[in-house]
Design a binder for this molecule. Structure first.
Ligand SMILES: [Zn+2]
Length: 436
């Protein structure tokens, strides 16, 4: 490979990745995995594809460690959510470079980080970098849907390919300033997704004589109101406590005052903090009678629910049951329970992140964040006890804009941020690679 700047190399690889349509479903991530393999093998990085079905491959690349130091995995996913070209100013699969921004579906979530990780590993390999423990680059399939082709499957079927003591992934890295100086958020935990279904029971009847029936839909309306009005008990976790102390200059107010105190610092700080202090419940789907003139005997209500790490599904179920009036007949069913893991904060990987932050912006603070959504970090924390953080620094693009563009129209990444991301990943690889 000729000497081009790492920035240009990353932009070029990202453009090529965006042009490979990996909208999930159906995914077709093998095309992206092959592209990455070709790029990495040109740089003498060993690669292996692992696929449950041929069209949905995961790529694992590796610089072997010279000793038995801890392994660092750079995690990423190659699939994207869909894009409606009608809503976009540019073709979502063009990968066009315009005003120093690379446009396209996945630019932020997360082909930008895929490209930066690949370039970090390739450039280190070219320089003859030999860490003490393996440096692993993993570009997984199927993160956005999670139908069992991606990291969850890989950790079960090929644990030796992905086992690592440390991992860096998506989910954090944004630079925010809530008035007390710049902060870089590092995602060290995530909430559990534990949606549930209520089947509210009544008695059917002809809708022309509603008095003879017991309308399950009307009963459900009451319950929806109760769920919406519920004010959950708030608790600090290690991440929210650390964030709160940053916002107040060290003080930890009683948890009931936390959101208000955060709001005084910045409305965004309050918006970020509030869902992390407790479980959240949002009724999202409902179905009842299939016929206009039949009073429904059953109304099925689906509620999205997220639990902070450490809260059990049993405890959350008790909350729901206590909300429903005694005179209502219903069935409760938990639909799934996944995620909800956290990594400790007192680790060498934290030092790797924080020392980078100090390098690029002396005096800036690194703060932990529990993310409200789900990332693949969960699977390695769960399977191997990996210390996994979401960190990919973004400081040139405004954080509110970046947040808005993820999964939305006109998604794009700034080349300065991509270059910063490569710098960070190289820094982290060197830092962890020096540990014994
Ligand atoms: Zn993602």
């Amino acid at each position: 490979m000729t000497a081009v700047s790492l920035r240009a190399e990353t932009v070029d690889l990202l453009q090529r990745l965006i042009r490979v349509d990996t909208v999930n479903p159906p995914g077709n991530e093998t095309a992206a995995a092959e592209l990455l393999r070709e790029y990495l093998e040109e740089n003498d990085v060993e690669c292996e594809l692992y696929a449950r079905v041929p069209e949905r491959a995961n790529l694992v690349a590796r610089i072997r460690g010279s000793g038995d130091g801890p392994r660092l995995a750079l995690l990423s996913h190659t699939d994207t959510v869909l894009a409606d070209p009608q809503e976009w100013q540019l073709d979502p699969w063009s990968g066009e470079l315009k005003d120093d921004e690379v446009w396209g579906r996945g630019a932020l979530d997360m082909k930008g980080q895929v490209a930066a990780s690949a370039v970090a590993v390739a450039s280190l390999a070219r320089e003859g970098f030999r860490p003490n423990g393996d440096l692993i680059f993993l570009a997984a399939a199927d993160e956005e849907v999670g139908a069992g082709y991606g990291l969850q499957w890989l950790a079960e079927a090929h644990p030796e390919a992905v086992r690592a003591e440390y991992a860096l992934n998506e989910g954090g890295g944004d630079r925010v300033d809530f008035g007390g100086g710049p902060l870089y958020v590092c995602a060290s935990a995530e909430k559990m997704s534990a949606p549930f279904r209520l089947r509210i029971l009544g008695r059917s009847g002809h809708a022309s004589m509603p008095g003879i029936a017991d309308n399950a839909l009307v009963k459900a309306a009451r319950i929806i109101e109760l769920i919406a009005a519920y004010e959950p008990e708030q608790r600090y976790g290690p991440e929210t406590e650390a964030l709160m102390r940053e916002l107040t200059g060290g003080e930890l107010p009683p948890v009931e005052e936390a959101v208000e105190r955060a709001r005084r610092a910045h409305p965004l700080a309050a918006a970020a903090l509030e869902p992390l202090l407790s479980l959240t419940m949002a009724p999202t789907m409902i179905s009842a009678s299939q016929k206009r003139n039949v009073v429904p005997a059953v109304c099925e209500l689906t509620v999205d629910r997220r639990l902070p790490p450490g809260q059990s599904v049993e405890e959350a179920e008790a909350v729901v049951r206590a909300l429903i009036p005694n005179d209502v007949d219903y069935e409760y069913e938990i639909m799934e329970a996944h995620g909800g893991t956290r990594s400790p904060l007192d680790t060498p990987l934290w030092e790797a992140v924080d020392s980078f932050v100090q390098e690029i912006e002396p005096g800036a603070r690194t703060v932990p964040l529990c993310v409200a959504g789900f990332t693949d970090s969960h699977w390695v924390r769960d399977a191997f006890g990996t210390v996994a953080y979401g960190f990919f620094p973004i400081r040139t693009m405004d954080v509110e804009l970046a947040t808005r563009l993820v999964h939305s129209a006109d998604e794009r990444a700034h080349v300065e941020d991509l270059e910063l991301g490569v710098d960070f990943l190289r820094h982290a690889a060197r830092f962890v690679g020096a540990l014994s």
